[in-house]
Design a protein around this ligand. Structure first.
Ligand code: ATP
Ligand code: MG
Length: 382
């Protein structure tokens, strides 16, 4: 059995690492040049994309920003999972917003802007604290601009006037003062069975995910049900197969969808050590038509991204429940280099382990760690 992944980064690599024990081999394609890559060793494999598309049993993606001509070719093989519609929806914020509206799913108030002059109207309708997102090719906070005050609008307009907004419209959102960010990662197979991981709580810094805690603390059954109902609506309307992640903003007891990711997700990496079956294995199972694995939580877990650095000791492995996963990439500012998974029996213990971890790593690269550790210690002592 074999799977081809479009994209050859860490998500393809972690899929491959989970697939091998199932007797499934994984090859990846670098979508920039269509070279075939072994996602674990990163070596180039002497094969053509055309031949591989014919040979493999299933084709999936590790990210949504796939050139559309390639996506069409792969779609026509009949092996692509999730569907082309799901991938195109995740890749385009305008499509995503129209799906959310069509399904009547609560999301952040927005306007679509195709001429810079419309920004002024957006300020009038949405207020002068805005977050402006390119509708395509953004990730980790790239392709986003923030408006903090109306007086900054002329400068921002000048900057945005350089873009081709007819080609790539902007989705302008009201900057929300939410209570926290949560995500639901779940998997659906071709029979329509769904297994949900618990909601994870996500901490972002400068638009980029730094820490996920799963299960998220203080989650009522009602909130979980709300998230699962939204997931079901989206997954069923897209006839989705594989892992799908839904990012939420929580305001009081309401969830607003921020965005969806039609793939395995950074906020699901905790499941590699904190759940019975991790998201990567479950994605592989779903796209290969195997029974889904249990998503039962085995530890209270924090996933901590290692961003922009790689020069520190590995002595933190002495902390009980500490796991490290390097992606084998050269460091660059804001680049995700790897992650820690810290596993514990409860939030108190998790807070202690995070505090211990913060002693080993440079504070400038882990700006959320200490405060989050203290917060978990507090939650744990209630
Ligand atoms: P990622 O690839 O990490 O998911 P992204 O580049 O796709 O990020 P978003 O998820 O839309 O972009 O935004 C990144 C982060 O910016 C969010 O997780 C949130 O912290 C913040 N953010 C986005 N939209 C809003 C909003 N409308 N109000 C307040 N904060 C927001
Ligand atoms: Mg996001």
């Amino acid at each position: 059995m074999s799977i081809l992944v479009l994209g050859s980064g860490q998500l393809a690599r972690m899929m491959a690492l989970s697939a091998y024990p199932l007797g499934i081999s994984v090859q990846a394609v670098d979508v920039a040049d269509n070279k075939i890559i072994d996602p674990i060793t990163k070596q180039v494999i002497n094969n053509t994309l055309e031949k591989l598309i014919e040979e493999v049993d299933a084709i999936t993606v590790e990210f949504e920003h796939i050139p559309e001509d390639l996506l069409e070719i792969v779609h026509s093989s009949g092996k692509l999972k999730p569907s082309i519609e799901a991938i195109l929806t995740g890749a385009d914020r305008v499509r995503e917003k129209s799906l959310l509206e069509k399904l009547d799913i609560a999301n952040c108030p927005f306007s679509i802007v195709t001429e810079v002059e419309q920004l002024e109207v957006a300020v009038e309708t949405l207020g002068d604290k805005l977050i402006i997102k390119a509708s395509r090719d953004g990730y980790d906070g790239y392709g986003q601009w923030r408006l903090q005050h109306k007086s900054d609008l002329p400068k921002l307009t000048e900057q945005l006037a350089k873009l081709d907004l007819h080609q790539v419209p902007l989705v302008v959102e009201k900057m929300l003062d939410f209570d926290r960010e949560l995500s639901l990662v779940a998997v659906r197979n071709a029979n329509g069975d769904i297994s949900y991981y618990p909601l994870a709580e996500n901490l972002h810094y400068q638009g980029q995910l730094h820490v996920s805690v799963a299960p998220a603390p203080n989650v009522s059954q009602k909130l979980t049900l709300q998230a699962q109902t939204i997931f079901n609506k989206l997954a069923e309307s897209l006839n989705y197969v594989g892992v799908l992640a839904v990012e939420f903003f929580q305001l009081g007891d309401q969830l607003l969808v921020n965005e969806i990711a039609p793939r395995v997700h950074n906020s699901g990496h905790w499941s590699m050590h904190g759940a019975d079956t991790c998201q990567f294995e479950n994605h592989v199972r779903a796209v290969r038509g195997l029974p889904l694995g249990s998503t039962k939580v085995t530890s209270t877990t924090a996933m901590i991204n290692i961003i922009g650095c790689n020069s520190f000791t590995k002595d933190m492995l002495s902390i009980a429940g500490c796991h490290i996963h390097w992606y084998g990439k050269t460091p660059r500012e804001k680049r995700k280099m790897g992650h820690f998974n810290l596993c514990a029996d409860n939030y108190q213990q998790l807070g202690k382990s995070m505090l211990a971890l913060s002693e080993y790593v440079p504070v400038e690269n882990f700006p959320m760690l200490k405060d989050e550790a203290k917060r978990l210690l507090k939650i744990g002592s209630i």
